[in-house]
Design a protein around this ligand. Sequence first.
Ligand code: DGY
Length: 327
Amino acid sequence: MTAPRVFVGRHIPEDGLAMLRAVAHVDVWPGELPPTRAELLRAVAGCNAVLTLLTDRVDDELLDAAGPQLRVVSNYAVGFDNVDVPACTRRGIPVGNTPGVLTETTADLAWALLMASARRVVEGADYVRAGLWRTWGPLTLLGPDVHGATLGIVGFGRIGQSVARRAAGFGMTVLYSSRSRASAEVEAALGAVFVPFEELLARSDFVSLHVSLSAETRHLIDAAALARMRPSAILINTARGPVVDTDALVDALRSGVIAGAALDVTDPEPLPASHPLVALPNCLVVPHIASATRATRARMATMAAANVVAGLRGDRLPTPVNPEVYG
Ligand code: DGY
């Protein structure tokens, strides 16, 4: 019997690839950059499984290009806004993602961004590199306190709650807004107070975004939302770039509507070095690295591979995003 064919959208950690090679013929896209659309459509043709990255759009066109033998789509991410899940479901194709394993790692980066932007860490390092550090300056690189401040968390799923947990050590007031309210036990354990979105924006010193991208959350942070925030507030985005209206953010940062932003995700992505957000001194941008620790990326690889292996066998995926395919 010929081995099933699996296409993997980029080199992922070896542990995951080894699991795939044990059961299938595996083609890994060799480039550092993702395949172009045409290359991707060619690469998936005839595959029984595809292990996609958030840079690979999975839609009817790709599913047609793959062919009717495709048994599973496994996304190497917890987010799956790059996948047209209903299109997969219509064809009975299960889609997997990698929830849970990157929760703490992503929360760590949200905090790194919060701390770095509040305390102007990157500006400080640039200042030293530029040879500007000539004395201890009473007014040099001042920023707001983090301890005792109010943290507003938008989206209170796993990652939002992990961000809240870290706030306890800083004696912060934690507000959250979310589609559904957390249980009284969770609220009590995290010391988090549920408030309407508008109130959260108006009261928070730091607003950290943890919603998935959907029609409902696209441009959730638009000019009107930014205008509700405090002029001293800092916005942190480790969710998805399009949750924030980029043009409105540029205007808000330029005109002092808010004090700063720290972004792991942007719209567009990647953000060209010539983009105004990159040049703004009150904006810190890093290249979508929230899950980028060796341990987490390795766990994501084995989890994504486990979804492929189960899908090839016709078993239920360990972490399906469309369990409705199983009736
Ligand atoms: C995800 O998993 O959705 C992150 O954005 C990348 O790890």
